[in-house]
Design a protein around this ligand. Structure first.
Ligand SMILES: Cc1cc2nc3c(=O)[nH]c(=O)nc-3n(C[C@H](O)[C@H](O)[C@H](O)COP(=O)(O)OP(=O)(O)OC[C@H]3O[C@@H](n4cnc5c(N)ncnc54)[C@H](O)[C@@H]3O)c2cc1C
Length: 415
């Protein structure tokens, strides 16, 4: 690096969550900063976060909410710029916040656009040069720094580069995995990449009949009979399988098992708030109160009507129009079992267009966790989802983007 420079000239590649915070941090420390963003605007993905409300951090953030070959890599950045610093950072930019269930933090306005608006305001306020429609094609090292080559043939020389191009999730937002190629060209390794926080495809021929049915229940990922992950909340049947926040939460582990050639199962409990005994008692009472009702009609009021024929089919009960008084105790037990232990073989997940995050990324072994600088190329820094760190649903991914962006921005600005 050129010792004669007073303050470095930094190019941030990618104007997403991590790139914007990196740019603001470097500029506040006096560096000259340019953001190169291939879209016609910065921060497109932020607008889609938290169903348009932007769940921008989580007060329960700790390392247990992160995945990757070495989740501990995230520890230093998450400590240097922790949840409270993130809340304070945004508070100072004008974002009042509120804390909802499970520690999720949202802007009081309930608008993801507020987060983007204040970031943009600060970028402009600090005089950061933002070049949109500026797709980076290549980065090469030159004497004292880097040459960044754009798709339109032009190039810019700088002292330091912060690579913040995100992963491959939601490619329509601009995150198409370009950064991996740049990192590889410098000798960095990329771990296996796959979509995370994504809907799950299940085996079964009846999903078209129950698509759109929602319930509050629990789901459990099973592998060789062992419980791998559990979650509960709003679950939705779809034409390919299953969706909803708890499903997204367990999807990463499901996909990880599939990637390794395993065949995991998902167990669903439609009625998870009752014990097996209590559910059995309820069925006995229902059936004896109205013995002439059909088996099918006897479940109306207990579960969604559209689920009834499929649940009965899965419980191997035929002729569901016969009176419920005909039902044997063994058949009733099968219904109880399906309502609380319905198991499906996982056949896959949806793809990148539907995923919220990228599992895998630049191997963190070759990155210094306290500075986000490459251990292979001096002056090259990384921020955000591009690295092999991903969080659970709940604000943990944006917290990682802010924390790693801050650390990269700070380290790059200091001579
Ligand atoms: C639908 C959805 C909802 C989500 N909701 C939440 C939530 O509520 N809370 C949460 O914590 N996380 C959420 N996430 C995850 C979170 O948005 C991401 O983890 C985070 O945005 C990653 O930030 P990043 O800066 O690393 O990458 P990105 O935000 O993906 O930004 C990368 C930027 O780099 C640009 N770029 C890429 N290649 C080039 C190139 N060659 N040249 C120039 N520019 C380039 C892209 O256009 C993009 O603007 C959600 C994700 C999705 C898809």
């Amino acid at each position: 690096m050129d010792k004669s420079i007073d303050k470095p000239y930094i190019i941030v590649i990618g104007g997403g969550a991590s790139g914007m915070v990196a740019a603001i941090t470097s500029r506040r420390l006096g560096a000259k900063v340019t953001i190169l963003e291939k879209n016609n605007r910065v921060g497109k993905k932020i607008l889609a976060t938290g169903n348009g409300r932007c769940n921008f951090t989580n007060i329960n953030t700790d390392i247990s909410h992160y995945n990757g070959a070495n989740p501990k890599f995230a520890y230093s950045a998450l400590s240097q710029f922790d949840v409270y610093r993130a809340i304070d950072f945004f508070e100072r930019l004008g974002i009042s916040h509120k804390i909802e269930d499970m520690g999720k933090v949202f802007p009081m306005s309930d608008q993801a656009s507020s987060i983007l608006d204040v970031l943009l305001y600060e970028l402009n306020n600090l005089g950061i040069d933002i070049k949109c429609d500026a797709e980076v094609k290549n980065i090469i090292t030159i004497n004292n720094g880097f040459k960044v080559i754009l798709a339109n043939g032009s190039s810019l020389d700088c002292d330091r580069v912060i690579l913040a191009t995100g992963g491959k999730a939601m490619p329509a937002s601009g995150s198409t995995g370009d950064g991996y190629k740049f990192a590889e060209s410098f000798g960095h390794k990329i771990t296996n990449l796959f979509p995370g926080l994504v809907q799950i495809k299940l085996e079964g021929s009846f999903f078209k009949r129950i698509q759109g049915v929602k319930f509050v229940g629990s789901c459990e990922l099973l592998h060789k009979g062992k419980s791998i992950a559990v979650d509960r909340g709003d679950i939705l049947f779809t034409n390919y399988g299953i969706s909803g926040p708890p499903i997204l939460q367990i999807s990463r582990k499901a996909r990880e098992l599939l990637e390794k050639g395993h065949k995991p199962y998902i167990k669903i409990s439609i009625i998870d708030e009752l014990s097996k005994e209590r559910l059995r008692d309820i069925l006995i009472m229902k059936f004896s109160n109205n013995p002439n009702k059909s088996i099918e009609f006897s479940l109306v009021g207990l579960i969604n009507k559209r689920l009834i024929p499929v649940v009965l089919m899965e419980a191997n009960i035929d002729n569901i129009t016969r009176p419920v008084s005909d039902l044997s105790a063994a058949e009733r037990e099968k219904i109880v079992h399906i309502l609380q232990n319905w198991q499906f073989k996982v056949r896959g997940t949806l793809g990148w267009q539907h995923a919220q995050i990228t599992a895998g990324g630049i191997d963190t072994k070759d990155i210094d966790p306290s500075t986000m600088e490459s251990r292979l190329v001096k002056g090259l820094y990384f921020a955000g989802e591009i690295m092999d760190i991903d969080g659970l649903c709940g604000g943990f991914n944006l917290q990682w983007a802010w924390s790693s962006g801050f650390v990269a921005g700070q380290s790059a600005a200091i001579i």
